[in-house]
Structure formats: C-alpha cells, structure tokens
Design a binder for this molecule. Structure first.
Ligand SMILES: Cc1ncc(C[n+]2csc(CCOP(=O)(O)OP(=O)(O)O)c2C)c(N)n1
Ligand SMILES: [Mg+2]
Length: 379
C-alpha cells in the first residue's frame, strides 16, 4: 500500500490532501523525440510511480500497434456495412493497452463501447469483440471466462457494477481488483458519483480510469465540467486520485499498476484521469469538422501515443527497424484474419434475443418468444 492514512471513511477525513492528484499530470516519455513533455514536466517532483520495465514497454508497443491496426480495420468494416457502427479507439491506445496490462487474468475489466482495443489487448478474440457492433444483441465473448464485463453503452452504469463486483469478490476472500473505463462525459452522470461514493465508503478494490478525450460526442470538456480536472472528483468521495498524460503509455502503465496493486493490498479505490484525445470521429457516423478545428486535431497528432512510445523505445536502443516491421506485419495478419472472418454472414437466431436477459424469464416474454419462433418457421 502507498502511504494511506487509513481504510475507513472516517480515517480518510483525517488528512484529505493525501487523496489529491499530483500537481501536474504524471508523465515519463518525451514528446516524440522533441524533449520531455514540457507541460507535464514543470514542477514535477520525484515520481512515486515505478517506471515500467523495458519488457513491459515492448509488450505495450506491440499491443498498441496491433490494437491500432485492428481499430482501423473495424472502421473500414463499418464503412463497408459489415458493422453497424464503430466508435474508434484511435489516439487512446496508451490508456486501453495499459488498462489491460495492469490487470491480472483474475481481475475484472469493465469497458465501454469505446474500448475495443482494451478488449483485444486482454486476449479476447477480435471477432467476438466486434459482435455487438455487428448487430447481435448479445455480448460476443464470454464475460466470465475473460473476466471482462460486456461493453457498456449506457454511460457510467458499469462503474457501479465494478464497485459491486470488487466488493463482492473481497467478501468472498478473493484478491480481485475491478477496473472500470469511463469517458469524460460519463463523469457527469449520477451513476458515476454513486459508484465513487459507494466505493469510497466500502473501500472497495476498484480503479476508475477516466479517459478524458476532450469530447462527449460534440460537447467539449470546457462545457462538461468546471472543476480544475476530473481527478479532483475523487477527493470528495475519499477516493485516492491521480492524473496522467494519457498519450504516454509508460506513465499510464506506471500509474495504473500502482493503483491496481494498491487497491489489491487494501488501499481502497482509485480514480485516475488520463488526458488524451479522440483522434477519430465519435463513431463512424459522426463528422467532427462540425464542432472542432483541424488545427486542434493536428496538435494532438503530434502527441500520437504509438509514435511517441516507438520513438522513445528507439532512442533507448530497445527497438530496431526489424522489430517495427515485425510488429506491423503481425498487425497486418491480425487485421486480415478479422476481415476474412467478418466477411462471412453470422448465423443468428432472432428468437435468441430474449435469452440471457432474465434468470427466470417472465411468462409474457416466453409467450412473445414462442410466437416469434412460430412466425420465423412460417417465413
Ligand atoms: C445514460 C446515457 N445517456 C446518453 C447516452 C448517449 N451517448 C452516447 S456516447 C455519449 C458521449 C459520451 O462521452 P464520453 O463519456 O466522454 O465518452 P467517449 O464517447 O468520448 O469515449 C452520449 C451522450 C448514453 N449512451 N447513455
Ligand atoms: Mg469523451
């Protein structure tokens, strides 16, 4: 555990400053070979977060390259009508890969619709990860096997589920941690605040990672929140809070690993805000030029998280041209496999729509299912 003042809500009140985030976002990697991230470096004291090992940074790099290519392929498949829609992860790979890497296989991830790169980084089959967007009503992967909840579309409802699961696992004597991925817009939802409050009171082993990508569809962050930053919202609930440069894979991994292990050790919940940028439209059905400037997007392109990790690894002599080519080739083969498998029409049973909704389905739904089946036989 880090230097925590206590594990009960009353003890938390003794020294509120311990819950405050660092003065500036935690940052480790230089900005694309252009020197240290100046915004973040100013005033930064010695970091309490251990820098990830070269091995874990190389793993993160390969997963980010793979995740980016997969995401790009999913966008193309949406344009071709193979997926109903695709909310791209472009620009958020550092956050999503670090979230997957910070967890043990026995921990639980609670993702949103935005987080397909986190899903594949956790080892979920890419076609199963895209099932929901393909139009099937059900989660394509087995949430229990992968310890990964279905992707949540209603904003922030899964934050409460993560808190409940984390608390329940601890009551069972397990050392499981739950990590919920949340958007900046979702932090305005009541569920987010209820989840944080409950997590603080229960001292539940849960980590909330807010990917502040600057927008909730077309609503900019400046119109979403008047607080100095989203990480400050944890303090009011007795939740340890931190913020990090979300395009710096090393920093996100360092902070999340600390948060997850601290929560596991009994340190209570964490709220981590990652400052990042949604480089793509909200979904494949959005036109961001209607609400943000090209100059803004260009500025963030200079902070591209994949290019940034690549140049840092090259600078340290950890990555060669051959390694870069091999990672790209692996990603290309992965995308080709996704393309091929998604070009086959799925064999869906429309009557299965009501399966897995209730443990004991009510009579009127069973009737509807029977009449649907009868109707399908007549077709
Ligand atoms: C409870 C609820 N209200 C509204 C919506 C519609 N909606 C879908 S995405 C979105 C924006 C969410 O923004 P943010 O939380 O920042 O996540 P991002 O899409 O940027 O990853 C909204 C309002 C929803 N899905 N759920
Ligand atoms: Mg957002």
């Amino acid at each position: 555990m880090l230097d925590m003042p206590g594990h009960t809500a009353a003890e938390n009140r003794a020294e509120p400053s311990i819950w405050l985030p660092s003065h500036v976002p935690v940052s480790i990697l230089p900005l694309n070979g252009k020197g240290r991230n100046i915004d973040a470096a100013q005033g930064q004291e010695e970091s309490p977060y251990a820098e990830p090992s070269p091995g874990s940074l190389l793993t993160a790099y390969r997963k980010m390259v793979l995740g980016r290519r997969f995401d790009e392929q999913a966008t193309a498949l949406a344009r071709q009508g193979r997926l109903a829609v695709h909310p791209s992860s472009l620009g958020q790979e550092a956050c999503q890969v670090a979230a997957a890497l910070a967890l043990r296989a026995t921990d639980w991830l609670f993702p949103t619709y935005r987080d397909c790169v986190a899903l594949v980084s956790r080892g979920i089959d890419p076609v199963e990860a895209l099932t929901l967007l393909r139009g099937d009503a059900h989660c394509g992967y087995d949430p229990v096997r992968h310890r990964t909840a279905p992707q949540c579309t209603p904003l922030a409802t899964h934050a409460a589920h993560a808190t409940g699961l984390a608390h329940g696992e601890r009551l069972k004597g397990a050392d499981t941690v739950a990590l919920a991925l949340v958007g900046d817009g979702a932090t305005s939802e009541g569920d987010f605040h209820e989840a944080l409050n409950l997590a603080g009171v229960l001292r539940a082993p849960v980590v909330f990672l807010v990917q502040n990508n600057g927008y909730a569809i077309s609503v900019p962050f400046s119109e979403q929140c008047a607080a100095p930053g989203l990480a400050y919202k944890g303090v009011g609930y007795g939740v340890r809070s931190e913020h990090v440069d979300g395009n710096d894979a090393a920093a996100v991994l360092a902070v999340l690993t600390t948060a997850v292990e601290d929560a596991r050790a009994g340190g209570g919940p964490w709220l981590v805000e990652a400052h990042t940028y949604r480089m793509a439209p909200h979904t494949s059905a959005d036109d961001p030029s209607r609400y943000r400037t090209a100059a803004e997007a260009d500025r963030w392109r200079d902070r591209d998280p994949v290019a940034r990790l690549e140049s840092a690894l090259r600078e340290r002599g950890l990555l060669t041209d051959e390694d870069v080519k091999a990672a790209a080739a692996e990603a290309e083969a992965y995308a080709a496999d996704v393309r091929e498998r998604l070009s086959v029409d799925p064999d869906l049973d429309p009557a299965s729509l009501l399966d897995h909704v209730f443990g004991a389905p009510p009579a009127h739904l069973m009737e509807q299912q029977s009449s649907l089946r009868a109707g399908l036989e007549d077709c």
